[in-house]
Design a protein around this ligand. Structure first.
Ligand code: ATP
Ligand code: MG
Length: 360
């Protein structure tokens, strides 16, 4: 009964390159879920914030972007990036302001090896790898502190100051522990580089152990980031919830995406755990200009982000139905070329939609 359906407002920013292709595919599945289940209804605000807008108007975001986005329950984001715009401009003008002003201080990156998808790690069964990587999303080397002096001189200096605050570390660890608690293994690994970085990383470790004491039933361990890359490859099944700084987690999550078989299936959520502001759900990959417009983009990264968005909204039944459909379609070998398959975006989307309608 649609009058009793739960209602959500979602802002959709398809962005650049393959963004509109994978977002379009995902909206089709959301439509199918909504119609099949009848338990929720989504009202969309479509926003053309992209590099095309930047070329036409000189800005990625309109001045009132906060007012526009604020009333939404979530932001569903495609990708931003254009070969003619340096990445640091598109990133700093579009995604980072949203992350920072909306206090999306946690970035979640679930990683699993899907049955049917070929991982570069051999001798590992798909079920044995199930990670939730929690990335601190506002501090560290990406806090925007630093600058350049003596520009153009042989003695020019560029500094990138890594910022860590007790409050920032506390809140990311509390959120990471809530996630670790909600998962069956109750195991949290925190990543650090405190053997070489003596201030911020030592503070990170101290706060980590303080928060750990509040969650005695979660097993906590510390890993240096360099050793962590080796552990992820050699003993992937020994990890569960992982929490790391902005920079470290950025790098580790690309490694995680590669281990899972393709960057084309890796989702990311930028979360404001306080729910004061809308959270953003997107893929790890960028606009992929090399394949944009060819209809071969893998829609699964954006779709999995859609699954995480539904979970954040509390629509677990719909989220499970969508995720199961993605898993089944992968297991049956309906794959795009990045996963070694022959299907295109249309084919994979149709297969997932058919499963969603059947399973939901
Ligand atoms: P941007 O400037 O937006 O970051 P990029 O090209 O630097 O774009 P990605 O978009 O992440 O970075 O692409 C990296 C590589 O992975 C490219 O070769 C791209 O084609 C491929 N790729 C990324 N996403 C997908 C996808 N969804 N399906 C298939 N291939 C993908
Ligand atoms: Mg790029």
């Amino acid at each position: 009964n649609s009058s009793e359906a739960r209602r959500y407002k979602i802002a959709v920013i398809p962005g650049d390159g393959i963004g509109p292709e994978t977002i379009g595919a995902s909206l089709e599945i959301l439509q199918a879920l909504q119609e099949t289940l009848g338990s929720f209804q989504i009202e969309y605000t479509h926003l053309d914030w992209s590099s095309d807008r930047y070329f036409a108007q000189g800005k990625y975001l309109p001045d009132d972007w906060m007012t526009v986005l604020k009333p939404h329950d979530a932001i569903f984001f495609g990708a931003v990036g254009h070969p003619k715009v340096p990445d640091h401009i598109s990133l700093w003008e579009l995604l980072l302001p949203i992350r920072q002003r909306f206090q999306q201080y946690a970035n979640l990156r679930p990683t699993r090896i899907m049955r049917g998808v070929d991982s570069p790690l051999k001798n590992i069964s798909p079920e044995s790898l199930d990670w939730m990587l929690v990335r601190e999303n506002t501090e560290g080397e990406y806090a925007g502190q630093g600058g350049r002096t003596h520009i153009g001189q042989p003695w020019e200096v560029g500094t990138e100051l890594a910022i860590f605050t007790r409050q920032g570390i506390e809140r990311i660890f509390r959120f990471a522990y809530q996630i670790a608690e909600s998962r069956s293994k109750k195991h949290l690994t925190f990543v650090t580089k405190s053997n070489a970085q003596r201030s911020g990383m030592v503070l990170w470790d101290e706060v980590a152990w303080q928060i750990a004491a509040e969650f005695p039933h979660v097993k906590t361990e510390k890993m240096l980031v360099d050793a962590m890359t080796v552990r992820m490859v050699h003993k992937p099944e020994s990890l569960d919830t992982i929490v790391a700084t902005n920079l470290h987690a950025d790098i580790l999550s690309d490694l995680a995406a590669a281990i899972a078989g393709s960057i084309g299936i890796a989702p990311a959520s930028s979360i404001d755990p306080t729910r004061q502001y809308p959270s953003t759900f997107e893929s790890v990959h960028g606009s992929a200009p090399d394949i944009a417009g060819r209809g071969i983009a893998n829609p699964i990264a954006t779709m999995w982000a859609g699954v995480e968005m539904l979970r954040w909204l509390g629509e677990e039944v719909a989220a499970d139905a969508w995720m199961k459909a993605i898993e089944d379609v992968c297991a049956e070998g309906v794959l795009t070329p990045d996963l070694g398959g022959k299907e295109d975006t249309r084919g994979v989307t149709d297969a997932i939609r058919a499963k969603v309608i059947k399973n939901a």
